[in-house]
Design a protein around this ligand. Sequence first.
Ligand code: PRP
Length: 188
Amino acid sequence: MLIRTPQEDIERVLFTREQIAARVAALGTELTRRLNGERPIMVCILKGAAFFFADLCRAMACDVDTDFLSVSSYGTAATSSGAVRLVRDLSQDVSGRRVVLVEDVIDSGLTMQYLRNLFAQRKAAEVITVSFLDKANCHPPKHAADLLGFSVGDEFLVGYGLDYAEHYRNLPDVGVLRSECYAETESV
Ligand code: PRP
């Protein structure tokens, strides 16, 4: 729950907007190189990845198709329910297409595993996974993304799309949320 202003609820900034911009530019260049002139379907996994997705697409030098899907695994709780559910589907057929799945964070890895299976069933020609953040200690290595912005620990991070109970997404930097901000809500 928001206690002060969004900025004041941040204990410390982990990645500044400048660090984020530099890393996203590098990821855009790497993705463009990998795609080698082919037009991918860039898939934004709502809602958290929306900010990263918009910046990443603009950092790419090739033409892209964009689409959006929404899965749910967390609700508004601080911990995962363990179940992944498709809430909003794509607007197009992906069979035979190169697909780039864009996530804001990989935690347990369940969401990415579910989506990889889904796109394999739908016969995508290739699936490249990109995640802005990866909590590498929270999942087996096989659940890591193909391309990664930053590896992070198991702290409660918000900003640049990451939320707590739908707050803080529009903070331009990524920071560690003060524990009293979520402890208070959970005790209610
Ligand atoms: C978050 C995040 C990933 C997922 C990662 O989504 O955006 O989609 O959890 O967790 P996992 O690796 O343990 O599966 P969330 O359900 O919080 O929705 P949101 O993007 O709308 O915030």
